[in-house]
Design a protein around this ligand. Structure first.
Ligand code: SAM
Length: 348
């Protein structure tokens, strides 16, 4: 039975089913993007591989069809491939796809092949600029030489991913770029050009006010409509809309050279059909990027995973879920939301 046909599938307080699990594998990152501000070290009590599998299994049992592995920088986790492989049997229970979001700087060919072989379906690489200086600035790398090195590695990662079988034409390889007004908005067209040349869909993301330490201000946000207008002036675009429960509004280039997407979390929030559950590297479950509090799952994981207890805890959490913080913020016009967890813990 496919999960969408399950008669007793849990719905939250706004009748939204659970569909996507974003699982962070580490809070650490080898970049220090100022809009994200990751930690240099892990929090106490990181989940083990066995505990993570138990969490994914419970989530799939409750209707999750899509698992996205993230971080921090998930390639810093040496058990990533093992986790992807160990999650494969869950496909029989309804898990449809496993995806990874990474900055790609650690993705060599061997790792890309190992991930593909382990059963990873999709890969999204993050890149916020096409010059050494812009990459250095956006990734918090200090000087241009480190920016140049990072850019070189990420461009190579695109090649490695393609060579390993992540086919961008099937949506198995995409690029994420956060756009911060006044910092890298001059990179919009160069990024779009790079993505078009590579045949990869570019997803332009509005800078979000997640967490408490990234110094976000509404002035940082370039609304998605403006990004689309700027790119569309150079290469005309045709709207495709947003897929149900998707995060991105998609556009097709009029000349047939692929697609562009924008994630308008601030200017056009999409809480209405949000089906995403987020779990941090140390086992805190969050039902919204902007939630002020998480639920500690470790009591159901330690000393040994308790699958039924875990499933009941997640089910209860989901059924109680009321969050629609981005929409509320937009309605009250305050420009701010109550957000306590950092993006580096929640993983985007
Ligand atoms: N390190 C990995 C990476 O760079 O893709 C995975 C984790 S990162 C938190 C996941 C995504 O969230 C990245 O594409 C990143 O650019 C995006 N992100 C981080 N902070 C953000 C913010 N404040 N607003 C919008 N997107 C953000």
């Amino acid at each position: 039975m496919t999960p969408s046909l399950q008669p007793d599938r849990s719905l939250d307080q706004h009748q939204r089913p659970l569909g996507v699990l974003r699982l962070s594998l580490t809070a650490r990152c080898n970049f220090a993007c100022p809009y994200c501000l990751p930690d240099g070290q892990e929090p106490e009590g990181l989940l083990t591989l066995k505990e993570r599998l138990a969490v994914v299994g419970a989530a799939v049992g409750l209707g999750v069809t899509s698992l996205r592995l993230t971080g921090g920088e998930p390639l810093l986790n040496r058990q990533l491939e093992e986790l992807v492989e160990a999650a494969q049997p869950l496909r029989q229970q309804g898990l449809g796809e496993i995806a990874l979001t990474s900055n790609g700087s650690l993705l060599d060919l061997a790792r890309a092949q190992a991930l593909r072989q382990a059963g990873l379906d999709r890969l999204t690489l993050s890149l916020d600029g096409t010059t050494a200086a812009s990459v250095a600035q956006m990734a918090g790398l200090g000087d241009g030489a480190r920016g140049a090195e990072a850019l070189k590695r990420i461009l190579a990662a695109i090649d490695h991913a393609k060579a390993a079988g992540f086919d961008p034409a099937c949506g198995a390889l995409k690029l994420n770029a956060v756009v911060v007004r006044g910092r890298n908005d001059d990179q919009l067209l160069p990024l779009a050009q790079l993505a078009r040349q590579q045949g990869v869909e570019l997803r332009l993301i509005e800078a979000m006010d997640v967490g408490t330490r990234n110094g976000w201000s509404p002035a940082d946000v370039m609304p998605a409509a403006e990004m689309v207008q700027r790119v569309g002036q150079r290469w005309p675009l045709e709207p495709l809309g947003r897929a149900p429960q998707g995060t991105a509004q998609r556009w097709r280039y009029g000349d047939g050279q692929g697609h562009l997407a924008v994630v308008a979390s601030i200017s056009a929030p999409f809480c209405g059909d949000c089906n995403r559950l987020r779990i941090t590297a140390d086992g805190q479950a969050y039902t919204c990027l902007f939630a002020s509090q998480g639920t500690d799952l470790r009591p159901w994981l330690r000393p040994n995973p308790n699958p039924s207890g875990l499933s009941m805890a997640l089910d209860r959490l989901w059924r109680q879920r009321q969050d629609r913080y981005s929409e509320e913020r937009q309605m009250d016009g305050s420009g701010t939301v109550r957000s306590a967890a950092e993006m580096a813990y929640l993983g985007g």
